[in-house]
Ligand binder design. Structure first.
Ligand SMILES: [Zn+2]
Ligand SMILES: [Zn+2]
Length: 154
């Protein structure tokens, strides 16, 4: 009877399915793991090659993001923070100016880094110490800020 054979075949297929299930899952898992590592490596290489492109992309992304309601709220909040910390920096600069006027602080004639005799700038290594300034020229000041600039680990 053809009906019975069909039923038997179906039964066997079902059994095979369950028998091979674990094996298949393992295979798929292994495949994804291998490919994931490979793709991750490719992604990193691509990012290295396309640094400028990525930067542009990020810039556009944030531009768009800050136009959304959520982004606007964050911008407002961080803007306030920026203003507050800048206010504090300005106060530090005033403190330095006043200290010089009172001769509590002496502004040297030469850059403490390159020893050139030009206009000095007071660099604050630490804004919690307003009168702890390092006197440098413009060039050395720029170098300071770039050298001391460390990106937050991502
Ligand atoms: Zn200098
Ligand atoms: Zn500075």
């Amino acid at each position: 009877m053809p009906y019975k054979d069909k039923e038997k075949g179906r039964q066997r297929a079902k059994e095979n399915y369950w028998k091979n299930r674990e094996k298949r899952i393992l295979q798929v898992k292994r495949y994804y793991k291998k490919n994931w590592a490979k793709r991750n490596k490719q992604k990193k290489q691509w990012a290295k090659k396309n640094k400028e492109k990525l930067r542009e992309y990020r810039k556009n992304y944030y531009k768009r993001y800050y136009q959304t309601e959520k982004g606007k709220a964050i911008l407002k909040k961080s803007g306030k923070k920026w203003l507050e910390s800048n206010k504090f920096k300005r106060l530090c600069h005033y403190a330095v100016r006043n200290a010089i006027r009172r001769s509590e602080l002496i502004k040297p004639k030469r850059c403490t880094q390159c020893n050139r005799k030009i206009r000095m700038l007071g660099h604050h290594p630490n804004y919690t110490k307003p009168l702890d300034v390092l006197w440098v020229c413009h060039d050395c000041h720029m170098a300071f800020h770039h050298l001391n600039f460390t990106r937050k680990p991502e």
